[in-house]
Design a protein around this ligand. Structure first.
Ligand code: FES
Ligand code: FES
Length: 154
């Protein structure tokens, strides 16, 4: 039995310990906001936070999260209050098909903690999730907007 926290709630996983966290989240805990894209750590659509760090959940086994805190897109808002990154995404109407977007949002949340006033170069160097719909221009605008909204919240 593996004990961890998901979205601030204590949970237990009683399946195979080497199950990728991605599939534990989706199939066992029914948190389907985290998406499967490539399964080999390349696309970023499966990104979640583990102890506050953005991590690709297809590349981590659930046993590696024993005792840790996992946050998924479902745990980002505080009740009805969207996270500033989610708010900026809505304002800029970023998604096209939407498939990759939860991973992009989770990546951006951690990125802005490290780069509260990012340049375009910072974004290019650090936000490397793939989007087959090519929403990159809107993603960049939304990251700048999210930085503004986050600064206003402080
Ligand atoms: S599904 Fe995990 S990086 Fe693509
Ligand atoms: S919005 Fe369709 S893959 Fe990114």
């Amino acid at each position: 039995m593996i004990s961890l926290r998901i979205n601030n709630k204590p949970v237990q996983f009683d399946g195979e310990p080497d199950t990728p966290l991605l599939w534990a989240l989706r199939d066992h805990f029914k948190l389907t906001g985290t998406k499967y894209g490539c399964g080999i750590g390349q696309c970023g659509s499966c990104t979640v936070h583990i102890d506050g760090k953005a991590r690709r959940s297809c590349m981590t086994t659930v046993s590696n999260t024993e005792g840790k805190s996992v946050v998924t897109i479902e745990g980002l808002a505080k009740g009805d209050q969207l996270h500033p990154v989610q708010q900026a995404w809505l304002e800029q109407d970023v998604p096209q098909c939407g498939y990759c977007q939860t991973g992009l949002i989770m990546t951006t949340v951690e990125f802005l903690q490290q780069h509260p006033k990012p340049s375009d170069e910072d974004i290019n160097a650090n936000v490397k999730n793939l989007c087959r719909c090519g929403t990159y221009v809107r993603v960049r605008k939304a990251i700048h907007r999210a930085a503004e909204l986050s600064a206003q919240e402080k």
